[in-house]
Write a protein that binds this ligand. Structure first.
Ligand SMILES: [Zn+2]
Length: 235
């Protein structure tokens, strides 16, 4: 069954509300885990569209989830709404023009990302409702994509355990279905501790913390190289 024209008609019918939502989020740029107003805007739209609401997903105050429907597969749409520091910008201007010098801004387009993901979730649930097709549609409002890794904590909390598919998108200057893998990152902290001893009586017993630090650098380089190869399925 080709339902694309049906879905596109549904998207066009509800589009203006989501353009407005995107514009409002653009005008209230909030960074990494401080997206109180932006997540509240998404929450209000979820309520308006008839989704069942879960707040504080994974114990994160700005993570929200809306679910609609019964039975069938769980179709998840992932949205974001966090801004970036130092990218304050007047809308509709193709050159740097900060509204507030050094202020936050939506340079990555997450105002669009969250709003259009919520639009997609709404269009799909409207289509399921109109055609009486069983299925659950979820919108996950994911905070702190820029440097906060909120989705990691949401995954760990089990928020996606029963999702059959998770779909998202990102604004860009061209249109494509992205199949390119992107780099993940991890972090390691090292603490160097030494051991003191009497320099004259027991000069053979001390352990110098500073000396082990330079030796750690090449070890880390080898380790990160091995991580990259294993991520690519090489040995
Ligand atoms: Zn982004």
């Amino acid at each position: 069954m080709d339902n694309r024209s049906d879905i596109w008609r549904g998207v066009d019918a509800i589009k203006p509300r989501f353009v407005d939502l995107s514009d409002r989020v653009w005008a209230m740029p909030e960074v990494c885990y401080t997206e109180a107003r932006s997540s509240a805007e998404h929450l209000a739209e979820l309520r308006h569209q008839g989704f069942r609401i879960t707040e504080n997903v994974a114990g994160i105050p700005t993570a929200v989830m809306g679910e609609w429907g019964e039975g069938g597969p769980v179709i998840a749409f992932l949205g974001e709404y966090d801004a970036l520091p130092g990218l304050s910008q007047e809308a509709g201007v193709a050159e740097p023009r900060p509204i507030e010098a050094g202020g936050h801004g939506h340079g990555c387009g997450h105002n669009l990302l969250g709003s259009a993901a919520l639009l997609s979730a709404t269009a799909v649930k409207d289509w399921l409702a109109a055609h009486k097709v069983p299925g659950r549609v979820r919108y996950y409002g994911c905070p702190a994509e820029e440097g906060g890794a909120a989705k990691t904590f949401m995954v760990r909390s089990g928020a996606f355990d029963d999702a059959d598919i998770a779909i998202t998108w990102h604004p860009s200057s061209f249109w494509e279905v992205a199949v390119t893998p992107s780099l993940a990152n991890t972090r390691a902290d090292f603490i160097f501790t030494g051991r003191t001893s009497h320099a004259a009586a027991s000069p053979h017993l001390p352990a110098c913390a500073i000396r082990s630090a330079p030796a750690t650098c090449p070890a880390c380089t080898n380790w990160s190289g091995a991580l990259t190869r294993s991520r690519r399925g090489q040995r």
